[in-house]
Design a protein around this ligand. Structure first.
Ligand code: ZN
Length: 221
């Protein structure tokens, strides 16, 4: 690991160091990197777009909300008495409205279905359409929010004596683009059907990605 210069191979910005983790995200260009199997080089983790599971509603703006998804290690789940979900899903926008953000993150993280296996993915680069929304929450902040959420979800854990140095060694981290419909003051995601108030994104206008999503569907799962 020491053999690798931890600089973003795309824009040369220094990557945040996190010795216990093997995934690094550039604060400058949001690209995600991981150490290859022999830990000699950084390879790109593609930013991926989730295919909606639910049909696209005819009305409303179809938008892509960036999310950080991270896997909770089995050992941590066991130590929580199996009260933690296997995956934490943190919206990467809406930091100014952290109560809304954490509520939506909790709803989505509590859904037991995994995202990786059953949900079809597409590489974002391969589909036409407007640029994805930039993530305004950096990877390190997403880890912190996920740990905060874990503490809220499981009361009385971990023991107080461990809290000071407590950290969940999340085993993977990925920035995904989550399809949602924006209508009637709500953002409703199109995988599990959980909605939040659109105050989450404030005045920000998210790009309409209906055409892009439709072109994904025409490619098929
Ligand atoms: Zn970069």
């Amino acid at each position: 690991m020491n053999l690798v210069a931890l600089k973003c191979p795309h824009c040369a910005r220094e990557l945040p160091s996190a010795p216990e983790r093997r995934i690094f995200v550039c604060d400058e260009c949001s690209r995600t990197w991981r150490l290859d199997s022999i830990a000699r080089a950084l390879e790109l983790v593609p930013r991926r777009i989730l295919n909606p599971v639910r049909p696209l509603p005819p009305a409303g703006r179809i938008v892509l909300v960036p999310f950080w998804c991270m896997t909770v290690p089995e050992e941590t789940i066991r130590s929580s008495g199996n009260r933690l979900p296997s995956e934490m899903r943190i919206p990467a926008i809406g930091l100014q409205r952290s109560a809304l953000l954490l509520r939506w993150a909790e709803q989505l993280s509590r859904v037991r279905d995994p995202l990786g296996e059953s949900t079809p993915w597409r590489k974002l680069e391969s589909t036409p359409g407007p640029a994805p929304e930039p993530a305004e929450i950096a990877a390190e902040d997403a880890y912190d929010l996920a740990e905060l959420l874990a503490l809220q979800m499981v009361k009385g854990w971990p023991p107080e004596a461990e809290l000071e140095n407590w950290e969940i060694p999340f085993s993977s981290l990925e920035l995904v683009d989550w399809p949602c419909v924006h209508r009637r003051g709500e953002l409703e995601e199109l995988i599990f059907g959980r909605a939040t108030a659109d105050a989450l994104v404030g005045d920000r206008v998210l790009a309409d990605q209906r055409y892009r999503i439709q072109s994904l569907e025409s490619v098929g799962a």
